[in-house]
Design a binder for this molecule. Structure first.
Ligand code: PHE
Length: 374
């Protein structure tokens, strides 16, 4: 139908408004069809120019060939009216397409730029403190609150600090249960060993520091033990040492009792039994009332408590009043000073506190175990 607009109405044989009407209707249909070709910027421009172009557009051709060249005034009026209506339809539809294409482009760019916030994030597992570390921290906090200082020292020691200065001479039977690992040293060099306890730090501290002394020493210690549920070749201790002019056994027992109640809970009782260490005199073993059966020796079900074997007490650690013989090694005045010392087994205390029955789990680094202590 578009081609017909290149001819005049006269040439087309159109004489009346009635004859013009089907031509206009055909053009409208064609225009509707054309509309669908305008899909993007480029095709829309071609579509617009085909209909509205100043020189070659369909509407320009109608103006030129049908309107201006109308053979009669009646036909001219009819052509003018039809042209106006067509123009209104064409302009509105072309504008409508433009908007639709623009909106579509926006939608497409939005779609391509979309950030999918529903994707799961990158999981960063949160670690937790090792139960041994937590016990170290708990014990340190309790003694810091009593005015103790935290110090640390070497794990590779000399026999002097690990044994002799602690009043354990060579060939003394007390060395038997402290068999340890010796370094390979060049001939003639001083013997080095892995410390069997944190007690060497008693000596190193007193050598450097004048009394009064109140220290705790958290650290790793080593013994030539075969691993089982309660033994390991490496384990953890916290040494304690208090030396002053007027310390008594009462201060000692009171300090330990306070610690035990702070660590296990206010209802826990403490007691001590005689023991032996060359560097303390008298020496004791401290026990706590059994935290599993409440000290009764019997479980809720009426059975003998397996943890304390019915005794109601659990062995905790060795301790004692500092043996005056030790003061001589560090040139302290044994006649004026009193003190007490203790050696807490951190692994054992942790096992008791959390009800763990195999020490090896501390060293296996199984996250299923470690996660329970976050
Ligand atoms: N060092 C001793 C041990 O490891 C424990 C202890 C420390 C005993 C301090 C008395 C005083 O067995």
């Amino acid at each position: 139908m578009k081609e017909k607009t290149t001819q005049t109405l006269g040439a087309l044989g159109v004489r009346s408004a009635e004859q013009l009407a089907p031509l206009i209707a055909g053009l409208r249909e064609e225009f509707e069809r054309d509309t669908t070709t305008a899909r993007d910027d480029v095709s829309w421009k071609a579509f617009r120019d085909a209909w509205l172009g100043r020189k070659s557009g369909v509407l320009a051709a109608i103006t030129e060939n049908w309107l201006k060249a109308a053979p009669t005034p009646d036909l001219k009026r009819a052509a003018g009216q039809a042209l106006n209506e067509l123009r209104a339809q064409v302009e509105a539809a072309i504008e409508e397409r433009r908007r639709a294409i623009e909106a579509g482009a926006e939608e497409a760019s939005l779609a391509s730029e979309r950030v999918d916030l529903t994707l799961p994030g990158v999981m960063r597992p949160v670690g937790s403190r090792h139960p041994i570390r937590q016990t170290f921290d708990d014990i340190e906090r309790i003694f810091l609150s009593m005015g103790y200082q935290v110090v640390s020292g070497p794990e590779i020691e000399t026999p002097y600090y690990n044994f002799e200065a602690l009043n354990i001479p060579e060939h003394h039977p007390a060395r038997d249960n402290m068999d340890t690992f010796y370094m390979e040293t060049p001939p003639g060099a001083e013997t080095r060993l892995l410390r069997t306890h944190t007690s060497p730090m008693q000596i190193r501290t007193m050598e450097k520091q004048k009394p009064p002394v109140r220290i705790i020493v958290p650290g790793k210690v080593y013994r030539r033990d075969n691993p089982d549920a309660t033994h390991s070749f490496a384990f953890h201790q916290i040494e304690g040492l208090a030396v002053d002019v007027d310390l008594t056994f009462c201060d000692f027992a009171g300090t330990i009792d306070y610690f035990i109640r702070q660590f296990f809970g206010p209802g826990t009782k403490s007691r001590f039994r005689p023991s032996y260490f060359p560097f303390t005199e008298p020496s004791v073993e401290f026990d706590a009332s059994c935290i599993f059966c409440g000290g009764s020796g019997v479980t809720g079900a009426g059975l003998t408590c397996s943890k304390c074997k019915g005794s109601g007490w659990i062995e905790l650690f060795g301790a004692g009043m500092v043996n005056p013989a030790v003061y001589h090694f560090v040139k302290y005045d044994a006649a004026k000073l009193n003190g007490f010392a203790f050696g807490l087994g951190v692994d054992r205390l942790t096992m008791l506190k959390y009800g763990i029955d195999d020490m090896q789990v501390f060293f296996q680094n199984d996250v299923r175990f470690l996660r329970q202590f976050s």
